[in-house]
Design a protein around this ligand. Structure first.
Ligand SMILES: Nc1nc2c(ncn2[C@@H]2O[C@H](COP(=O)(O)OP(=O)(O)OP(=O)(O)O)[C@@H](O)[C@H]2O)c(=O)[nH]1
Length: 557
């Protein structure tokens, strides 16, 4: 819509803090799916779906221009119930700013903290609403407001929203039973919202990406998908793909807040009508230009630990990974790289990464006593393939943690770097990605076969597949370098070829050791333990064991 800037605001907070009441108080125009219309939501009395509503104001001076006269605030009312965090994360991907609603009688609650984290990951601007101020007796209001505001500022101190504005509101004075009394503080809130508007970067070039949050059919017309334009643009008659249904549909008509439009661009809230399909098949998801959205069974990501998550984030553990509206279990392997990544677009893939046992705590005190996030690479192997787009934001969580605990379940956040799918995996178009652990093994030279070959024991276990180690380099404690040539006998011993031959000293020592060995009963060799300690020549094998490798070679020097 020319002249109007659409600005998406997430309304988030703990269950029952008053998000829906606040959105209602703020809105004048309701879109198709707003205000708890969902019947299941009515039954449960909570917002279980993302509700959308909007209102338009005159553009504040800092964004006003010849092309922007007005700002349309689209409110995304996210559910507060703990079990619905997936929906919250999905909804939050499309927001530009966030209103965190806190019940003034309760203060910060578990989901308040989780919402704050989501806001930190996804939003540029933010404000706090202290709601239900009418529930505080008049004489105590000033005191309570001061105390709560102070507490909130303390919590925000170490976040990117330090110093954020706190607005005092009563969205629905008197609560559910009260007649529709006028809300308190909502006009002030609108003014504060004008302050946090900015012109979001809207990339109208490039492929279309549309996040669908509702789907319904209109008899005689087709199926309507409502959602938010995440990227690119769409016009009537364009072909769009619904990847989960593997179909391509033509855009028949489009509406923005009940008005027909010909074209929509990134950031717009939109209903797209296409030829009929069963809306039950697509409740939520992404739609894009044909062949743009990939199905991936894994991804490489740059991640960092979420400070509020109190448990260690161990490698190889399983986490819920939320990307867009999809949440899937994944095995997560953390690793680091000594190489510097010069820029996001110039990621050097021909690298090897050292495996790390866990994700380092987010905040590491640096020299200036400032907190700095620590980013690490991670390999995520999904339990089932999901639809993803490069560069998407992801959140790793333990959603199966008891929702009644007061612990934050969001463990790490990050960004997709590259994804693995059947096509690039089979055609080996994949970047050469290898994740390894440095390992070291030590054995003992048992004897020499000739001046350039020794027999080594205790380096590898009896049941190890020695073939995997053939060709790897070893070093003797006497200085010579050699290479594993193959197995010797059935007991795990190996032959090692000494590249430049054994030097004379070594030969003398080895002859002495061999001479010191006595034949025990049954012809087996025994050696005196003392000799082993004083004269034994050790063999050290340093190698890389790959926990993930796109070229399938799992062990290397
Ligand atoms: N007294 C009082 N009650 C309020 C106020 N705002 C909301 N309520 C009541 O608080 C309850 C929860 O309000 P909702 O707006 O449904 O809260 P919500 O945060 O959207 O809830 P979920 O979507 O379930 O997380 C309802 O019974 C409201 O009537 C307020 O300003 N004052």
């Amino acid at each position: 819509m020319s002249g109007i800037l659409n600005f998406n605001v997430g309304v988030l907070g703990h269950v029952d803090s008053g998000k829906t009441s606040l959105a209602k108080a703020l809105s004048t125009v309701a879109s198709t799916a707003c205000f708890d219309k969902n019947p299941q939501s009515k039954e449960r009395g909570i917002t279980i779906d993302l509700g959308f509503s909007s209102f338009v104001v005159d553009a504040p001076d800092h964004v006003k221009s010849s092309t922007i006269e007005k700002v349309q605030f689209t409110l995304v009312d996210c559910p507060g119930h703990a079990s619905l965090i997936r929906t919250i994360i999905g909804g939050a991907q499309i927001i530009d700013a966030m209103i965190l609603v806190i019940d003034i009688t309760k203060g910060m609650q578990t989901q308040t903290a989780e919402c704050l984290i989501i806001g930190e990951i996804l939003c540029k601007t933010f404000l706090v609403v202290l709601n239900k101020v009418d529930m505080i007796p008049k004489e105590k209001q000033k005191n309570t407001i001061e105390k709560m505001t102070k507490r909130i500022h303390l919590t925000l101190q170490n976040t990117k929203f330090a110093g954020a504005k706190v607005v005092i509101v009563a969205a629905k004075p008197g609560g559910p039973e009260a007649a529709d009394t006028e809300s308190i503080g909502v006009k002030e809130l609108m003014e504060s919202m004008k302050d946090f508007v900015y012109i979001p970067e809207r990339n109208i070039e490039g492929k279309l990406l549309f996040s669908v949050d509702h789907c319904f059919s209109i008899r005689g017309q087709g199926t309507v998908m409502t959602g938010t334009m995440l990227q690119g643009s769409v016009s009537i008659n364009d072909n769009i793909e619904i990847p989960t249904l593997k179909v391509i549909k033509k855009v028949k008509s489009m509406q923005m807040f009940k008005k027909p439009v010909e074209k929509a661009v990134q950031g717009d809230r939109l209903g797209i009508c296409v030829t009929q399909f069963d809306p039950k098949q697509l409740e939520r998801g992404i739609v894009g230009s044909p062949e743009y959205i990939q199905i991936a069974f894994g991804t490489l990501a740059l991640v960092e630990k979420i400070n509020y998550y109190k448990l260690p984030v161990e490698t190889k553990a399983k986490f819920h990974i939320s990307i867009g509206h999809e949440t899937v279990m994944a095995k997560v392997t953390f690793f680091g790289s000594e190489e510097v990544v010069s820029s996001e677009n110039e990621f050097k893939f021909e690298q090897e990464y050292k495996h790390q046992s866990e994700l380092i705590d987010l905040k590491k005190l640096d020299e200036d006593a400032e907190y700095k996030p620590v980013q690490q690479y991670a390999l995520l192997e999904f339990e089932k393939p999901i639809h993803v787009i490069a560069n998407s934001i992801l959140i790793g969580s333990k959603l199966d943690m008891d929702v009644h605990t007061s612990m934050c379940r969001l463990a790490f956040k990050g960004k997709l770097l590259t994804t693995f799918n059947e096509k690039n995996y089979n055609e080996t178009q994949l970047p050469k990605l290898k994740v390894f652990k440095n390992k070291s093994k030590e054995g003992i030279v048992e004897r020499m076969s000739n001046d350039s070959e020794v027999i080594v024991r205790n380096l590898l276990k009896k049941d190890t597949n020695i073939q995997l180690f053939v060709g790897l380099k070893v070093k003797l404690s006497s200085g010579e370098e050699g290479m594993i040539d193959g197995s010797f006998g059935q007991s795990g011993k190996i032959k090692v070829r000494i590249s430049n031959g054994l030097n004379e000293n070594t030969q003398t020592v080895l002859k002495k050791i061999s001479g010191g060995k006595k034949k025990g009963k049954g012809g087996q060799e025994n050696e005196s333990p003392q000799q082993e300690h004083t004269e034994a020549i050790k063999v050290v094998l340093n190698f890389k064991k790959y926990t993930f490798s796109t070229d399938k070679k799992m062990i290397q020097s």
